[in-house]
Design a binder for this molecule. Structure first.
Ligand code: C5P
Length: 242
């Protein structure tokens, strides 16, 4: 049975193994998964995966957002799968062949998620990047188009904003995962940051999100454990309603 805390993915967006260790120790019993991104993986490589496994029973999400020619992506995915992580990512703004290669490389052992449109991207970013009017007037159309490519290629789900999770579930069914970063609880104290398409934990759950990536609101809180517990409580209340 999935508990409220299992919905929380905490990104280890820190610069040192010591800091990563600190947060793993603090949060192991309060989150479902730790996410390792480029920042930590480039510095420490597979050692950091080993460290998490030794310290915690939480799942591991290796978020490397692959984007390259299909042959390279396939081989990179084989290496990722060899690390025994639960979830990993590939960008879905490229060809279906690249996504199919990622899925083939994972051999059904690691869930591959397609990154649709980063939650830090706004309408004006899409416009400046030269996309057609239909996409910058409504980013969700671009998210949907990319999610469809991911679904057709056999991905387990997508990374999208909590605002878009409902549309993803309605279009591709409840088993197609919606993993949502850009979570900003009403109580979070940080300044406005780079995230644009944000939502609260409760509304992400209401929209059908399967996992909530929540970093800075927990990491930068005075008491990260209480922040994680408050998030899980909010998730629990939302789950009991929806
Ligand atoms: O909660 P916070 O904004 O700190 O979380 C940021 C994390 O979410 C980063 O690790 C970032 O890579 C990840 N992420 C994102 N948008 C995506 C995919 C992942 O912000 N579309």
């Amino acid at each position: 049975m999935k508990r409220a805390k299992d919905y929380i993915i905490f990104p280890l967006d820190v610069q040192s193994a010591g800091d990563a260790k600190h947060y793993i120790g603090l949060l192991s019993n309060h989150v479902g998964m730790f996410k390792v991104g480029l920042e930590l993986f480039i510095r420490y490589g597979p050692q950091v995966i080993k460290m998490i496994r030794e310290m915690s029973e939480a799942g591991i999400f290796l978020d490397l957002k692959l984007h390259d020619i299909p042959a390279t992506v396939r081989r990179a995915m084989e290496s990722i799968t060899g690390l025994g992580v639960n979830i990993t990512t590939v960008h879905c703004g490229e060809t279906p062949e690249m996504l199919k290669a990622a899925v083939a490389g994972s051999a059904g052992k690691t869930a591959v998620l397609g990154v649709t449109v980063l939650t830090s991207v706004s309408v004006s970013d899409i416009k400046k990047a030269g996309f057609e009017n239909q996409y910058y007037s409504d980013i969700s159309k671009l998210v949907l188009k990319r999610a469809e490519t991911a679904k057709d290629a056999g991905c387990a789900g997508v990374v999208c904003s909590g605002l878009e999770a409902k549309m993803i579930k309605n279009s591709f069914g409840k088993d197609f995962l919606a993993v949502t970063p850009g979570i900003r609880p009403a109580w979070s104290v940080g300044e406005k940051d780079d995230q644009q398409r944000v939502t609260t934990p409760a509304s992400a759950i209401k929209n059908g999100s399967d996992y909530l990536v929540i970093g800075r609101p927990i990491r930068d809180a005075k008491d990260p454990v209480s922040a994680a517990v408050m998030t899980a409580d909010e998730i629990e209340s939302a789950l009991s309603v929806y």
